[in-house]
Ligand binder design. Structure first.
Ligand SMILES: *Cc1c(COP(=O)(O)O)cnc(C)c1O
Length: 228
């Protein structure tokens, strides 16, 4: 795909529109727009589609696959020093080394094995990214994340046993359910564990998520267009 000048204008316009909707949703919830970070989910889109958003001022991006991110982000990070990259997809421990090179924030700490791999990397001198624990709020068998009933205990082990500094929780609600119920559950789990950050809300429901306390909304198709 070759970007034209008008494609670039279109992405800058889409970015401005999403930022406005975030600001409106925050204001309606009695919150400041700056409390909500827009994570622009660029999965499946190449550098040509991403650069116009960077040029329009967007600096925080999300990717769900380590390999795909490794193919396109090092060059972009070299060109734009202040990019912040968020991993929003499941992480296999054999890709942890690459993920630590690339990502500033992991949204998908979801199991003991990954926690132990992070501890091991830290013991060898690696700087760890900021961490969110993923919660499978719908208890869906095919989906990653802690069961809600296991979340308190996992967070306690992160804190007391592994000394992992978790800053928030993340969820992806079931496609066919009212997302507000899942956002409210995630907010409750975060609050009772003293966590300040909530990664929740995508293109179709980020305003609902902001009303329920989201600090990070992960928006892909509303910014980049439909994925092929
Ligand atoms: C793809 C993806 C998104 C963005 O979804 P859109 O509906 O395109 O906004 C958000 N979060 C995760 C975990 C994703 O994989």
């Amino acid at each position: 795909m070759t970007m034209t000048a008008s494609d670039a204008t279109a992405s800058a316009d889409r970015l401005a529109a999403i930022r406005q909707r975030i600001a409106d949703a925050a204001r309606e919830a009695g919150r400041a727009a700056q409390e909500v970070t827009l994570v622009a989910v660029s999965k499946t889109f190449d550098a040509e589609a991403i650069v116009p958003l960077i040029d329009a001022g967007q600096r925080v991006f999300g990717e769900n696959r380590v390999q795909e991110a490794a193919a396109k982000w090092p060059a972009l990070k070299a060109r734009y020093a202040d990019i912040e990259l968020h991993l929003i997809g499941p992480l296999q421990t054999n890709k942890l080394g690459d993920a630590l090179q690339l990502f500033d924030v992991f949204h998908t700490l979801d199991r003991e094995k990954l926690a132990l791999a992070l501890v091991k990397a830290r013991d060898k001198g690696a700087a760890l990214p900021r961490l969110f624990v993923q919660v499978n709020t719908g208890d869906e068998p095919q989906k990653a994340g802690l069961a809600p009933t296991d979340t308190d205990a996992f967070l306690a082990r992160c804190r007391d046993e592994w000394r992992l500094d978790v800053e928030g929780l993340m969820c992806i609600p079931p496609a066919d359910e009212e997302p507000a119920l899942h956002f409210a559950l995630l907010e409750k789990l975060a609050r009772r564990n003293g966590l300040a950050k909530l990664s929740m809300g995508m293109s179709g429901d980020f305003e609902t998520a902001i009303a329920l306390g989201a600090t990070h909304v992960r928006v892909g198709s509303a910014l980049f267009g439909a994925r092929g």
